[in-house]
Design a protein around this ligand. Structure first.
Ligand code: NAD
Ligand code: IPM
Ligand code: MN
Length: 328
């Protein structure tokens, strides 16, 4: 088993260190290989995603990634985020699973990850105007919507497809594809919901949702919101999957430059991403459940400042490690 580890920027290396401690405990046989990615890679090589990092990721069983991004490059031509979009495309990880749980809430956002506004033609014209284009093919929509239906079938049997069909052509295509596929999943109750209403419903009545399937940018925004209503951004994990190759596992949050270097970042989202890696990437659901339970315990016993506590990143990790001894 080979896991490529991309620690990333800002709080990335701090939370990755805790994930490495935990992986060493749970799967001592797993081989890990650290690679350069993000702002640090730009500083050292001039590009956010060096070719040898891509090659290592493609050859791995799974990729564990910390957040990337640094204010230093926000206005630069070469930016860390460009490397992330390229990595997702190289791995073909079109299905981004972003689960959120809390009392009375158990929802899963299935975000399309390699199309739409993030990947369409874009540019700045001579007159100073700028443009980004949103495009989807029926096949791109079908594969992600099928994932949504299948995941709904394996959970609560309800699928909400989120779009902006009252304005966007791509959303009207999205709806037609959803309607065309629905007869294949008679056991799933499917509804369409407009993105603006979906944001309001998520903020006020998140318990109504089971699986939400949506395009790339709507999923980006809704997943931060879903994290916020279920305990905070520091807790939210994600799994990005293709049909065949290695998956990419990363927290939903960013590099949090405002708290980087202070040793107080919450490593829960990263550790829960590793639980998803154990489950989906290495086929070890038992260890994944044990790790998730240990993280739940640390949230209660050693909360970091974002959760209202005072524990450091390392103390949170210590608590996870001692809880693991009980759960595994
Ligand atoms: P952010 O998610 O980094 O931070 C938003 C707020 O949440 C901040 O106040 C931060 O301190 C807090 N926060 C986030 N994660 C936390 C954690 N684990 N523990 C405690 N507090 C936490 O969003 P931002 O500030 O808008 O973005 C910063 C940088 O991160 C940008 O460069 C952006 O592009 C990048 N980013 C990267 C990813 C990724 O690599 N997948 C995701 C989102 C943002
Ligand atoms: C995320 C992030 C990324 C995205 C950025 C950093 C490109 O916000 O993973 O949610 O928008 O996909
Ligand atoms: Mn995001």
């Amino acid at each position: 088993m080979k896991v490529v580890v991309l620690p990333g920027d800002g709080i990335g290396p701090e939370i990755t260190a805790q994930a490495m401690r935990v992986l060493g405990e749970i799967a001592p046989g797993a081989e890990t290989e650290q690679r350069l990615f993000g702002a640090q890679a730009i500083r050292e090589t001039g590009t956010p995603l060096p070719d040898d990092t891509v090659a290592a990721c493609l050859a791995a069983d799974a990729v564990l990634k910390g957040p990337i991004g640094d204010p230093e490059f926000d206005a630069a031509d070469v930016r860390p985020e460009q490397g992330l979009l390229r990595l997702r495309a190289e791995l073909g990880v079109y299905a981004n699973l972003r689960p959120s749980r809390a009392d009375g809430i158990d929802l899963l956002i299935v975000r399309e990850l390699v199309g739409g506004l993030y990947y369409g033609a874009s540019g700045v014209r001579d007159d100073g105007s700028a443009f980004d284009t949103c495009e989807y093919s029926p096949a791109q929509i079908e594969r992600i919507v099928r994932r949504g239906f299948e995941l709904a079938r394996s959970r609560g049997g309800r699928l909400t497809s989120v779009d902006k069909a009252n304005v966007l052509e791509t959303s009207r295509l999205w709806r037609r594809v959803v309607r065309g596929l629905a007869p294949d999943y008679p056991d799933v109750a499917v509804e369409d919901m407009l993105i603006d209403n979906a944001a309001m419903q998520l903020a006020t009545a998140p318990g109504q949702f089971d699986v939400i399937v949506t395009e790339n940018m709507f999923g980006d925004i809704l997943s931060d919101l879903a994290a916020a209503v279920t305990g905070g951004l520091g807790l939210a994990p994600s799994a990005s999957l293709s049909d065949t190759g290695p998956g990419l596992f990363e927290p939903v949050h960013g590099s949090a430059p405002d708290i980087a270097g202070q040793g107080i970042a919450n490593p829960a989202g990263m550790l829960l991403s590793m639980a998803l890696l154990l489950e989906h990437g290495l086929g070890r659901p038992g260890e994944a459940a044990g790790l998730a339970a240990a993280v739940e315990r640390a949230i209660v016993e050693a909360p970091t400042p974002d959760l209202g506590g005072q524990a450091s990143t390392e103390e949170f990790g210590d608590t996870v490690l001692s809880a693991l001894a009980v759960h595994i």
